[in-house]
Design a protein around this ligand. Structure first.
Ligand code: FAD
Ligand code: NA7
Length: 660
């Protein structure tokens, strides 16, 4: 028997799904094949299917209420269904001719997709546009391997003459089942999973050099210019702090302790090189074709791949995943692209950056400022408005004030307006002119390096999306997808940093990519859950969190429905070392009207990421304050503080620690 696939799956942003009873459900094998785009054409003579009293009306082309834009969009959707399905039947659930055709394909054991026009809101519009495409006004309207068969009679005639069987036998004319554009966290995860599921997969990955000329290998942002080098440089800074602490623990050393940027960078780059190599190997092992070329759509199912030498090759695929990530933004002021660097350049900078101005105040900015100061550099952060936008602001301010107390300077409410080179060199000298965001005041400063960390631009504007009609947000440039990461063009999907309104984190991209491949090719239905994703800001005082910030919790649940428990704490390791008491901080936000469920988890302290990870799993399981109180802590650790939280913020009681 054949298998009817849900048309809501094939239609991006479809109208409300019809009742589940509409599609005959039966098991069936079948690999989809396709032939080049040809159309038999011809007017079909079957009468339009009707039921007494339920006559479907076709609006005549002249009186159509569809705007030309909506008509174009609908035409694209239908074209997508026709191209993406081996057998596509436009039908009406009550039409006996449609039923006969479905029975025919079922008896042939062929998978088919149906769109029941009487069960969708825009059925009449679909029928109208279909008649423009096929010159056939009636249903059923059938396509086999992109060839227009006609209606019921013609399909049966084709079956009798053997034409139908011939059409069904045609193999896919696409080069690949799946092409993934972008070999970073999300793209690699998706490609490898699809290959494991037996699909023919290609990944294109190409790094456009930064304005400073930096480029890197396979693996995307995280491995090359993100999480990995960032955390390793943070570790370099932590070791500097540990060296200072170690004297208190009895370590004696006489050598002058200083940090060597070149040694650190070389070691980190070597590690990254080994990761690039292992990604390539892993793709080969799974028979994923890897092409080091820049991909851009030229047709709905065709991309152009341009390599470093400018050679162009064309590839086709049944489905595409866009995972092109994002790149650092520039300010658009005089001197920024010429003289400033970004995180794309910092981690492989061949010389110590020296006195550094970091522009921006989100987590990339503060993390970089933190480890640069941690390895002994003179660092200033220029903040336009607030620290760590989007994060809990009480925590953000604590992160900032710790950095300030440990040598990082903050220039608040200023934005740079010009960067000028005073001296060339490695590093050279740059003059920065900045103006206040609150008045006419301008200031000047001289730095060796200016690091811009003012946000990231999704890599979506130069990949031919406009040619195939994939919608992006005009403002952010990010791709709009539904809850199955499908764009408005049904065979094109997207994961990772390119997605509008989703978290820009490596594990999120990986999870979304893997689950997408399983849904597309493995018969799974699990969707990526973007709720309660934990994250950590690796600033000198690390900040881990999961769930809602206090501000967001108040906005969603109202202050009177919340109870916030908090405390300052002093990690045991910091006591003997003589480091700050009453600086580390733990806070949970509980929803009183939902069994005191923990909806926000926040910690400032050493190893915040390690602590947060386990609590995030507990939150996935519905963690409540009562469950936390019933959990026995591990002593002596930082995490145990969450099992003994007693003081509510609303009580106003003192949370400073008097002893150890
Ligand atoms: P990417 O990993 O960016 O991969 C996209 C790939 O596609 C790139 O290789 C790109 O060159 C390539 N590409 C682009 N266009 C094309 C094209 N047309 N053709 C072919 N290839 C193309 N996340 C965390 O979870 N933890 C962290 O600690 C963390 N730290 C970070 C620190 C920094 C400094 C930065 C910048 C990011 C950090 N992130 C962190 C975020 C994380 O790196 C990203 O969320 C993640 O890499 C996104 O994966 P992706 O697959 O969407 O894109
Ligand atoms: P974000 O999170 O977009 O933050 C950008 C920061 O840069 C933020 O502090 C902005 O201040 C600041 N900014 C933006 N434009 C300017 C100008 N013109 N002048 C001065 N300051 C500016 O970017 P990140 O790069 O830190 O991180 C992006 C993602 O990459 C992140 O989610 C990680 O997953 C990896 P604002 O608060 O808007 O005033």
């Amino acid at each position: 028997p054949g298998r009817a696939r849900s048309d809501t799956e094939a239609l991006a942003h479809p109208p409300p799904p019809p009742p589940p009873s509409r599609a005959p459900k039966s098991a069936g094998p079948v690999k989809v094949g396709a032939v080049p785009n040809r159309r038999l054409g011809g007017v079909h003579s079957e009468p339009m299917a009707t039921l007494p009293g339920r006559r479907a009306r076709l609006s005549s082309p002249g009186t159509s209420r569809l705007s030309s834009e909506a008509r174009e969009e609908l035409r694209r959707r239908l074209q997508g269904l026709i191209e993406d399905n081996r057998v596509m039947i436009f039908s009406k659930s009550y039409c006996p001719h449609s039923t006969r055709v479905k029975e025919l394909f079922s008896s042939l054991g062929v998978e088919y997709n149906i769109l029941e026009l009487d069960q969708i809101d825009d059925g009449a519009n679909v029928q109208e546009v279909l008649s423009e495409i096929t010159n056939q006004k009636t249903v059923p309207n059938i396509f086999v391997n992109k060839v227009h068969m006609g209606g019921c009679d013609r399909t049966f005639q084709a079956h009798q003459s053997g034409l139908l069987q011939k059409l069904l036998q045609k193999e896919s004319t696409y080069d690949y089942d799946l092409i993934v554009i972008g070999g970073g966290s999300g793209g690699l995860a998706c490609a490898q999973e699809a290959a494991i599921l037996g699909k023919k997969v290609m990944v294109l990955d190409f790094v456009v050099p930064s304005p400073q000329g930096t480029s890197w290998g396979l693996g995307g942002t995280c491995v090359n210019v993100g999480c990995i080098p960032k955390k390793l440089m943070h570790q370099a800074a932590l070791l500097g702090q540990a060296l200072k602490d170690s004297r208190k623990f009895g370590w004696e050393y006489n050598q002058q302790v200083k940090h060597n940027w070149e040694i650190m960078t070389e070691a980190i780059q070597n590690h990254i090189g080994s990761l690039n190599w292992s990604y390539g190997l892993s793709l080969r092992e799974k028979s994923v074709a890897y092409v080091n070329s820049y991909g851009e759509f030229v047709e709905r199912h065709k991309i152009k791949a341009t390599n470093r030498k400018g050679q162009e090759t064309y590839y086709t695929a049944a489905k595409f995943v866009i995972a092109t990530g994002a790149r650092p933004r520039y300010l658009g002021i005089q001197g920024d692209k010429e003289y400033c660097i970004t995180s794309d350049d910092l981690f492989s900078l061949p010389y110590c950056p020296g006195k550094t101005l970091v522009v921006g105040a989100s987590y990339v900015a503060l993390e970089c400022a933190g480890f640069l100061a941690g390895v002994g550099l003179d660092v200033t952060v220029m903040v336009r408005s607030i620290l760590l936008r989007g994060f809990d602001q009480e925590m953000a301010e604590k992160v900032g004030s710790y950095m300030e107390q440990h040598g990082v300077k903050f220039l608040r409410k200023f934005i740079p307006v010009m960067v000028q080179q005073l001296e060339k060199g490695s590093p050279g000298k740059l003059k920065v002119v900045a103006k206040s965001t609150e008045g006419p005041e301008t200031i000047e400063g001289v730095y060796n390096t200016v690091l811009l960390a003012v946000g990231r631009e999704p890599s979506t504007r130069k990949i031919g999306l406009e040619k195939i009609g994939v919608k992006i947000s005009e403002k952010s440039g990010k791709i709009l997808v539904n809850d199955i990461e499908q764009t408005n063009v049904p065979h094109v999907y997207a994961v990772g940093d390119v997605l509008e309104g989703k978290l820009e984190l490596t594990p999120v991209a990986i999870q979304a990519g893997k689950l997408l491949a399983r849904r597309l090719f493995g018969g799974h239905s699990e969707k990526c859950n973007y709720i309660n994703v934990p994250t950590t800001v690796f600033t000198p005082l690390e900040y881990g969190c999961c769930g809602l910030s206090e501000e967001k919790a108040i906005e969603i649940h109202k202050k009177e429905n919340l109870e916030v428990y908090h405390t300052l704490f002093w990690p045991l390791e910091w006591t003997v070392a003589g480091r700050d008491n009453n600086t580390c901080y733990a806070k949970i936000i509980c929803n009183k009207v939902d069994n005191n469920r923990v909806i926000g988890f926040h910690i400032l302290g050493p190893n915040a990421g390690e602590v947060t990870q386990g609590f995030a799993a507990a939150m996935k399981c519905g963690l409540t304050k009562q469950l936390l109180d019933g959990t026995i802590g591990i002593h002596p650790t930082c995490g145990e503080v969450f099992t003994t939280l007693e003081i509510t913020k609303s009580s106003g009681l003192d949370i400073t620690q008097k002893g150890c």
